[in-house]
Ligand binder design. Structure first.
Ligand code: PLP
Length: 401
């Protein structure tokens, strides 16, 4: 039995892979946008499960869905039809405005599938990704990821992957050729420092892809499901991906990923891809609850009268961004960027000591690279908690450098 605080961290340090740099707290419980450690301290959560908790922790609708579904059927490979999966796929395709979906279990798997589908359907091999882009850690998705520290120890990766500067349409035009199967791109680069696409950029990327017979893969693993103030961030830009990859928040914290497949791609030939856990009824049940909560309407003291968490994130997120721009000291901060509840503050110094200082004051936040503070609060965070976190962040940064 684990009976003391020290035992938990000792045990983890002894037996876990070592691949993660862990913070010195043990989280034991969560509700909405609050997390508690094993000493009973409460934190305002601006980590949001690293993007997997858009609906907050232990959301009652998700809890109800997985409780009900776990008594009915948990696992069911796609050898068989299943009513929860059928309903979920139909609902997901409807809100994403795309005809088909391949279901899997994580973001990297979704991108892996999208890259395979692009090669299969175009008969080409080349992939163009972007500098600062992040698409996951498995060999294919990793090849499209930019960060050299993630990529270089594992070379050789898949061939014919090139990286072009983000928000630079001329460099993309130069890089496209007759062997380019796909362009893979985020709407707001998340891990790479919270860099949104400039207005018109994604539309121009789409046009170039169409002209070149190249498929457009939009990676919304982090930006999807309301995070940026739109159900899917690309909907703001008025573009239509050929392949749309999603994961993180899609099933309320239960592992799940998907590739939405557009008209230009069409149906996959049988046997060309697969996943044992993909489309399992537990995740599909949770996914249905999430879609209902985000699109039909939520309830609660801080939810607007129309029940729309996404509109709230769009408007309140912009207010927070504007507030930071007006109130953060130029001595501490270079730039504030973001859309909705996806906010990045580029610092003049290192982010690590800031994260620690915030944690000591009861706010948990994320980095995005060495000098960007990233905030991904759950969309259900109360107005009070959000502004309290903003005040603590402001005081911490303005006194820091
Ligand atoms: C997190 C993330 C991934 C990888 O998702 P995992 O579920 O961790 O494999 C891929 N793309 C983007 C944009 C992400 O933010």
């Amino acid at each position: 039995m684990i009976d003391t605080i020290a035992n938990v961290s000792d045990l983890e340090d002894q037996h876990s892979s070592g691949a993660y740099l862990k913070r010195d707290i043990t989280i034991v419980r969560g509700a909405g946008a609050t997390l508690w450690d094993d000493r009973g301290n409460a934190y305002i959560d601006c980590v949001g499960g690293q993007g997997a908790a858009n609906l907050g922790h232990c959301h009652p609708a998700v809890l109800e869905a997985i409780t009900r579904q776990s008594a009915e059927l948990i696992t069911c490979p796609e050898l068989f039809h299943n009513p929860v999966r059928a309903e979920y796929q139909a609902a997901l395709c409807q809100v994403a405005e795309m005809p088909r979906a391949f279901l899997c279990n994580s973001g990297t798997e979704a991108n892996e599938a999208a890259l395979k589908i692009a090669r299969l359907k175009t008969g080409r091999t080349g992939i163009i990704a972007t500098m600062r882009g992040f698409h996951g850690r498995t060999m294919g998705a990793l090849s499209a990821t930019w960060n050299k520290e993630y990529r270089e120890p594992f070379q050789p990766l898949i061939p014919n992957v090139t990286h072009v500067p983000y928000n630079n349409i001329d460099k993309l035009r130069e890089a496209l050729n007759a062997d380019t199967a796909a362009v893979i791109i985020e709407v707001v680069q998340g891990e790479g420092g919270v860099h949104p696409a400039q207005d018109g950029y994604l539309g121009a990327v789409q046009d170039l892809c169409h002209t070149n017979g190249t498929l457009l893969i939009i990676d919304e693993v982090q930006t999807g499901f309301g995070r940026t103030g739109y159900l899917f961030a690309h909907q703001r830009d008025g573009v239509q991906p050929d392949l749309l990859t999603v994961a993180k928040s899609m099933a309320g914290g239960i592992p799940m990923g998907a590739v939405l497949i557009g008209e230009r791609v069409g149906e996959l030939p049988p046997g060309t891809h697969g996943s044992t856990f993909g489309g399992n009824p537990l995740a599909c049940g949770a996914g249905l609850a999430v879609l209902k909560e985000l699109t039909v309407g939520a309830s609660g003291p801080d939810v607007p009268a129309d029940g729309n968490l996404i509109t709230r994130a769009r408007e309140l997120g912009q207010q927070v961004i504007d507030h930071f721009r007006a109130n953060l000291s130029e001595n501490a901060v270079r730039e504030v960027r973001g859309r909705g509840f996806m906010i990045g503050i580029e610092l003049r110094g290192k982010v690590a000591p800031i994260l620690k200082a915030l944690q000591e004051r009861g706010v948990l936040a994320l980095p995005a690279g060495p000098s960007v503070l990233r905030l991904l609060p759950p969309l259900v965070i109360s107005d009070d908690d959000l502004w309290q976190a903003v005040t603590i962040i402001e005081e911490t940064l303005n006194n820091a450098f």
